[in-house]
Design a protein. Structure first.
Length: 97
């Protein structure tokens, strides 16, 4: 059953985020079998406490295990370091029926 990783991001240094973390994360998403279905800035908060989290990324994965393998990989741990100090992220992993 497919799974989706939903990420909302508050980016403080957009160009640095996109050219560093964004570029490298995209390579790993593809390598691990995921695909982006949404990559978009400009989200509007309608309810809740994520004020300032205006960028959204949604990736589709063959299943939860594949997405989790990507998330837990040493390769991704290294890439996540590229966003330290320049962005705050909230991440959900959701199975679909």
């Amino acid at each position: 059953m497919p799974a989706f990783m939903i990420i909302v991001v508050k980016i403080n240094e957009r160009e640095k985020f996109i050219s560093g973390y964004g570029k490298e994360a995209a390579k790993l998403v593809a390598k691990y079998g995921g695909e982006y279905v949404v990559l978009a800035p400009g989200a509007t908060l309608l309810e809740g406490s994520l004020d300032g989290y205006t960028s959204v990324a949604v990736s589709k994965w063959p299943n939860r295990e594949t997405a989790q393998a990507f998330w837990d990989s040493d390769e991704y741990a290294d890439v996540k370091k590229l966003r330290e100090g320049i962005a705050d992220c909230e991440v959900l992993l959701v199975d679909t029926p």
